[in-house]
Design a protein around this ligand. Structure first.
Ligand code: SF4
Ligand code: SF4
Length: 338
């Protein structure tokens, strides 16, 4: 059943949740907004549609200690770290960022491959998503299978009705959260208002691109001079990948001595030349051309073949934050004409 909570009551609900859960929500970090653990409902930034950092770090931190090791003459002890014990809530996630978590699941948490660190955090986290009443000019989620009110992957979905939130529980975990006394049954009028908000939001998004045609085009473009043009302005800074909610390249390093230390996993990027540098000195992606091509090919071709999903959710972060304004949407449009 759909329920409704008045905006005047939302902080009381959040305060209640904070007693039982570690809550991660969009909050101000220095001069930008990112998902961090909050201490109070007042820490939440409500008016940010696309946070600078995506919420992927809640499950796949930028730096994560996997274990510590101590070696003695007769023994080697491993102490796993960074596992989560208590229940957590990821609050206020946009549909594109939830879709990105589903793409990351297809990499880190499958029946065949279970990354215990990622899976532990996913298992312990209840997701409260929120629809996007006013998509940004950089959003293109409907081109890549998403939408501003897509509910897949959330436990509770909120729609901002103005003076209240419509709240829909999609899972048992979600139903439990909506049992709080601040929730009341939503009326037909509320549901009609939510439908109208969604229709208006969709009008703010560009017409969907044909991703199947783009994939087929990419299949035939491995040696196309198009990649020379695309990479000509790219600085290789990696911003587009570090801030992408889908990208998940990492590097693992051992810090310490042969007798004690720790193994750490850090975000990395396929846009750095050293990422594919082999011990022999050979580099299969020696220039920006191969690395830019890899980014596009992986997201819009290899992902579909290997995981059955597109490796982009149309959040527009890379469009907003690329220092030389390389626009992935324009590249996709140009691909059709290359
Ligand atoms: S490639 Fe760009 S638009 Fe697509 S999900 Fe990553 S940051 Fe968002
Ligand atoms: S890309 Fe779509 S889901 Fe993501 S913030 Fe924009 S409108 Fe919302």
């Amino acid at each position: 059943m759909n329920k409704k909570i008045a905006k005047a009551d939302i902080n009381q609900w959040l305060a209640q949740l904070l007693k039982d859960y570690a809550v991660y929500a969009p909050t101000r970090v220095a001069n930008y907004v990112a998902y961090r653990q909050i201490a109070s409902p007042d820490d939440i930034v409500w008016d940010c549609l696309v946070t600078r950092e995506p919420p992927k770090g809640v499950f796949f931190p930028q730096t994560e200690t996997l274990f510590q090791y101590v070696r003695t003459a007769s023994d080697l002890q491993l102490r796993p770290l960074d596992t989560v014990e208590g229940e957590r809530i990821l609050w206020g996630v946009r549909p594109c960022d939830v879709q990105a978590l589903l793409v990351q699941d297809a990499v880190f948490n499958t029946p065949d491959v279970r990354d215990v660190y990622y899976a532990n955090k996913r298992d312990k986290t209840t997701i409260i998503g929120i629809g996007c009443n006013r998509p940004l000019s950089t959003c293109f989620c409907t081109s890549v299978g998403g939408g501003p009110f897509k509910k897949e992957g959330v436990d509770v979905f909120l729609t901002d009705l103005g003076d209240a939130y419509l709240a829909e529980a999609l899972t048992q975990k979600g139903k439990k959260l909506l049992q709080a006394s601040w929730f009341h049954p939503a009326s037909d009028k509320d549901l009609e208002a939510a439908r109208a908000i969604e229709e208006t939001a969709l009008k703010h998004l560009p017409p969907p691109m044909n991703m199947e045609a783009i994939k087929q085009r990419l299949d035939a473009m491995i040696n196309n001079p198009f990649w020379d043009e695309v990479q000509a302005t790219c600085l290789g800074c990696g911003v587009c990948t570090f801030l992408c909610p889908v990208c998940h390249c990492f590097d693992i390093v051992d810090e310490g001595t042969s007798s004690c230390g720790q193994r750490v996993r850090n975000w990395d990027t396929c846009q750095y030349c050293i990422y594919t540098l082999e011990a022999s000195g050979h580099n299969p992606r020696p220039s920006g051309k191969e690395r830019t091509r890899q980014r596009l090919m992986h997201k819009f071709d290899y992902y579909l073949v290997n995981q059955g999903v597109i490796g982009c959710v149309g959040c527009g972060r890379c469009v907003q934050l690329c220092p030389v304004n390389l626009d992935i949407r324009q590249i996709l449009v140009q691909l059709g004409a290359a």
